[in-house]
Design a protein around this ligand. Structure first.
Ligand code: SAM
Length: 212
């Protein structure tokens, strides 16, 4: 855990707003789904909220809490998205105490963990979700170019860059992770991330929307 914390703190302190200012288009997709939900959504939890790039797309419409491991990211998030509340902590431990939310949006955090911790993250999120609540998760797709690159740690999980690994999800695998919840929608999307040195990279993501 401390290695992961150092990794992210180093990246945020060296690169600042690593993925630029614009939210992911999946944040706008989640916004649309949350706004059109039959059950009114007022509160949203964002686990692994980074510097607030995606919370900012939601916080004008809902009361948003972000949970983030990196203190450097939180310092940036407080300035970038003052309408959201940010809590420093690990999504693998307790999330936000006894508080329950109407929806959860979790962008590109699930694939960072090995199997046991992926299940723990999902379990922790369900604990914080109201009945009939919605969850929107994104993660790396098995169709992404990095799948299979580097050493294999577990089925579908590879050390694709020095010092970092990720799990690459097939659609079936992703649905299995959310067993017991009602699957509303799944899909794929190509995300182009422009880094602050103007390099850009494309990632193939999967998303899943589930209901408790
Ligand atoms: C790929 S980034 C995505 C950031 C954010 N969702 C966004 O789109 O801007 C993963 C984020 O998860 C955070 N993170 C990693 N492990 C975490 C943990 N155990 N608990 C909370 N946050 C974590 C990292 O610090 C980083 O901000």
């Amino acid at each position: 855990m401390s290695n992961l914390s150092t990794y992210w703190d180093d990246r945020f302190s060296n690169e600042g707003m690593i993925w630029g200012e614009a939210p992911s288009k999946t944040a706008y997709h989640a916004l649309e789904l949350f706004q059109n939900s039959k059950h009114t959504i007022r509160t949203v939890l964002v686990p692994g909220s980074g510097y607030g790039r995606n919370t900012k797309a939601l916080s004008s419409f809902f009361r948003v809490d972000g949970i983030e491991l990196s203190t450097d990211a939180i310092s940036m998030a407080i300035k970038w998205d003052p309408k959201s509340q940010f809590i420093q902590g690990s999504v693998l431990e307790q999330l936000a105490g006894d508080k329950k939310y109407d929806a959860i949006y979790c962008y590109d955090v699930l694939h960072l963990f090995l199997q046991e911790d992926r299940q723990r993250l999902i379990h922790n999120c369900i604990q914080q979700l109201n009945e009939e609540g919605l969850m929107y998760f994104t993660c790396f797709s098995d169709e992404d170019r990095n799948n299979g690159v580097g050493g294999k740690l577990e089925e579908g999980t590879f050390g694709y860059v020095e010092g970092k690994y990720a799990h690459f999800f097939t659609e079936e695998d992703l649905i299995e992770h959310f067993e017991g919840l009602q699957v509303i929608e799944t899909g794929t999307t190509c995300e182009t991330l422009t880094y602050n040195d103007n390099r850009s990279k494309e990632y193939l993501l999967r998303y899943i929307v589930v209901k408790r």
